[in-house]
Design a protein around this ligand. Sequence first.
Ligand SMILES: C[S@@+](CC[C@H](N)C(=O)[O-])C[C@H]1O[C@@H](n2cnc3c(N)ncnc32)[C@H](O)[C@@H]1O
Length: 184
Amino acid sequence: MSASSGKKRPWGRGVLSLRHQPRATTVHNSAGAAWNAAARRWTVSASFTALPYRRMAEAALARAQDFPGTGYGLVTTFDCLHDMGDPVGAARHIRAALADDGSWLIVEPYAGGSVAQNLTPVGRVYYNFSTFLCVPHAISEGAADALGNQAGEAPVGKIVSEAGFGTFRRVAETPFNLVYEARP
Ligand SMILES: C[S@@+](CC[C@H](N)C(=O)[O-])C[C@H]1O[C@@H](n2cnc3c(N)ncnc32)[C@H](O)[C@@H]1O
């Protein structure tokens, strides 16, 4: 999990929701063990602040296509949908795991709708990351048609729609990220 607020937070990006929703139960899932170890450290850090955390976050090794639980009010994917081998499968699973009035918050790297629009300083750096990291990772998970981190809004919206969500909209952007909301 992560968020791009521009502010440096010592407890890490992953427990932002704990700070703002102190009564929430937060479950962190990632396919990467290193990120889960980091999430556990953030959780420990959070528990030592003065904030009234009622419930601790959990960190588990699970893919977005098969994480446990249902009835979630909010599912977040930070900078990882495009890394997945089966983003539609992940989106379908998230749709099934959400409560009827729940939301999926999707944060993806900033990208325009064409290669030409991405030939900016940020886009050029992202294309390099995508070539050496994102696309190979998606292929390693079985992707036949990897998104890459410069996919932009339309392909993400298509995935969301194919997964059966009713609404999809861009809700925020920064020079580095696009933020979308999908609802059942
Ligand atoms: C660029 S990192 C982003 C990490 C973190 N979410 C952040 O924003 O700082 C991409 C993450 O996607 C995770 N990932 C890749 N495939 C996944 C999958 N199928 N299900 C869940 N997480 C996955 C990786 O383990 C990695 O932690």
